[in-house]
Ligand binder design. Sequence first.
Ligand code: NAG
Ligand code: NAG
Ligand code: NAG
Ligand code: NAG
Ligand code: NAG
Length: 209
Amino acid sequence: MLDVLRFLVPAAIAAAGVQGANHSCKNIPGDPGWPSASSWAALNKTVGGRLIATVPAASVCHKKPYHDYNETACDDLKTVWDFPQAHFTYPSEIGSAWFQNGSCDPFTPASQPCRLGNYASYSINVTGAADVVAGVQFAKKNNVRLVIKNTGSDVLGRSTGKGSLLLWTFNLKTTQILPSYSASYYQGPAIRIGAGIMVEEAMAAATRP
Ligand SMILES: *[C@@H]1O[C@H](CO)[C@@H](O)[C@H](O)[C@H]1NC(C)=O
Ligand SMILES: *[C@@H]1O[C@H](CO)[C@@H](O)[C@H](O)[C@H]1NC(C)=O
Ligand SMILES: *[C@@H]1O[C@H](CO)[C@@H](O)[C@H](O)[C@H]1NC(C)=O
Ligand SMILES: *[C@@H]1O[C@H](CO)[C@@H](O)[C@H](O)[C@H]1NC(C)=O
Ligand SMILES: *[C@@H]1O[C@H](CO)[C@@H](O)[C@H](O)[C@H]1NC(C)=O
């Protein structure tokens, strides 16, 4: 199974990348076109302080360059690392280790530096449409890669990207029951859900008396 994925994943990326893409390179940290600190601060203000400078979760397992090495926290992280849920509540963690590419892995030596690698550089903890609009406009204006993470379980790694601005939608937890929804193909009760709602949460909302 894993061998199949190893082959299929890069092939799928190559196939997805060629069609309709604008091949001019996106700015990444260190490029002259990378937004200044004051530009990021302005974006942060627009999104109500919900812009996060990402730090890999496994920074607690490495002594450099972050200063949050913590053996207990690292041991805890190791016990859950392989479960998708372990990555849901972090602003930039992803479930597919292949795309993390060992840049900050809890199982590599503590002396090895923790790098952002293919992780997003910044993440917006999205609370509504205005945050998404601000993120899309910022990415377009500054030629920065834009990615979306909900749970981070995308097996093609689309919820991450080197030097990207990430829209983190997992905290959009609204549910609304529509007792008599009507469309050309369906009439009846329906539920409108926020992007961060998972199946079990939708089920609970739909069956609530
Ligand atoms: C590609 O992106 C560059 C940089 O943002 C822009 O100047 C150019 O117009 C784009 N080209 C197309 C075909 O969209
Ligand atoms: C955004 O603003 C909040 C609130 O002032 C602050 O806690 C946070 O660190 C800022 N984010 C960045 C990337 O500077
Ligand atoms: C280290 O991590 C443990 C477990 O998360 C936590 O209880 C403890 O406060 C942390 N120590 C420091 C110094 O941050
Ligand atoms: C994965 O990491 C290796 C070693 O740091 C690096 O040479 C390679 O370019 C990385 N590959 C991707 C796809 O990020
Ligand atoms: C993201 O926002 C939610 C509220 O929408 C908050 O509960 C959560 O603590 C925030 N997470 C981070 C990492 O800032």
